[in-house]
Design a protein around this ligand. Structure first.
Ligand SMILES: C[S@@+](CC[C@H](N)C(=O)[O-])C[C@H]1O[C@@H](n2cnc3c(N)ncnc32)[C@H](O)[C@@H]1O
Length: 333
């Protein structure tokens, strides 16, 4: 059976006022110097649709590379999980397009598992669950609309079975090094000693290739970034004129991240009704919206050992663009 649950509506979490959170975080980010907006707000319904388009772009090698890795190495994962029942938990699952490779393989191998995709975007979970419902009669799944932190709490309170946790698509790259460490430590804390974690890391590579992936010729990534202003207009009563902002993304060699900004094209003021506040922008003033950190093999190994995990395999694609790193909790039994 396949169902969808909104974790904010359950006993696991006191209800949060999402709109109020968005307003407060927008107030904080737009009042700061330099300005920023939290990346997670890129994924409203329109952002989710645009991200699905990004994954299909010729320049966006990440999705194709990771799909190739999962296809080539799916046997390794089924062998690691064996015959005992387990939960296949996916953080930031998106539309689950690549995960279908593993789900189909696990069903073929008659593994005993329940699939738990978790995503902040209601639309992403709806799309995923509808498509999996149509394809797989025998699949047990529960889709959770929730933040990563709530998903991790759910793992802690609910699952007594072994877990295979997927964190694909280089979503980890949206965290800065301190945030990644804290996230991985909190994951480690709730996992059982023989749980397995698979994390997708985009590798450091030719800067032109990286730059093209985030500045596609069709302008979909630009629209994805600008959509955050549209979202503030719609949900917070903002008055952003999208034509007065541009998308700017480049590779910062010092931090090792593709960094994404919205740039004000002129000196302007924007009123946000829900905040009853006017925000001022200078010509060429930037608003940071996203970082996508890139890694080396040794960066990944260091991150694992720093947070209590043991790397058991580094699976890469034929071009060595991407790694799915397989980790075990290095916990005593
Ligand atoms: C980079 S996309 C990756 C999607 C998918 N895993 C893939 O590999 O194509 C990040 C996904 O994480 C979700 N997301 C972003 N921030 C989140 C958060 N704080 N909590 C839960 N999900 C989040 C987004 O809605 C989006 O589906």
């Amino acid at each position: 059976m396949i169902t969808i649950q909104k974790l904010t509506d359950t006993e696991f979490e006191t209800p949060v006022f999402e709109k109020q959170d968005f307003a407060l975080e927008a107030l904080h980010g737009l009042s700061s110097t330099p300005k920023f907006l939290p990346t997670k707000y890129l994924y409203d319904d329109e952002g989710t649709r645009l991200f699905q388009m990004i994954t299909k772009l010729p320049e966006y090698y990440l999705t194709r590379s990771e799909a190739e890795i999962l296809e080539t190495h799916k046997d390794k994962l089924s062998l690691l999980m064996g015959d005992e029942p387990f939960n296949l938990v996916e953080l930031g699952a998106g539309d689950g397009h690549k995960t279908r490779i593993l789900v189909e393989h696990f069903l073929d191998q008659k593994l005993n598992f329940e699939y738990v995709p978790i995503d902040i975007s209601q639309l992403a979970v709806d799309i995923l669950i509808n498509s999996f419902q149509k394809r797989y009669n025998d699949l047990n799944a529960i889709g959770l609309v929730a933040e990563y932190t709530q998903g991790i709490k759910w793992l802690h309170k609910t699952t007594h079975l072994r877990n295979l946790v997927l964190f694909l698509g280089s979503s980890i790259g949206n965290f800065n090094p301190n945030e990644s460490r804290r996230f991985l430590q909190s994951l480690w804390t709730v996992l059982n000693p023989d749980d397995i974690v698979v994390i997708g890391f985009d590798l450091k590579k030719d800067i032109q290739l990286l730059t093209k992936a985030y500045n596609d010729s069709q302008g979909i990534t630009r629209d994805f970034n600008l959509n955050l202003l549209k979202r503030m207009n719609e949900e917070l009563g903002g008055s952003f004129n999208l034509s007065k902002f541009s998308h700017y993304e480049f590779y910062n060699v010092h931090s090792g991240a593709m960094v994404s900004y919205l740039i004000s094209q002129e000196k302007q003021s924007v009123y946000i009704n829900d905040l009853k506040q006017l925000f001022h922008f200078e010509t060429l003033e930037s608003v940071h919206t996203e970082s996508s950190y890139k890694y080396s093999d040794s960066d990944i190994r260091h991150m694992a050992s720093q947070t209590g995990f043991k790397v058991i395999d580094q699976l890469t694609d034929i071009n060595s663009y991407f790694i799915d790193s397989i980790w075990k909790t290095n916990k005593p039994y």
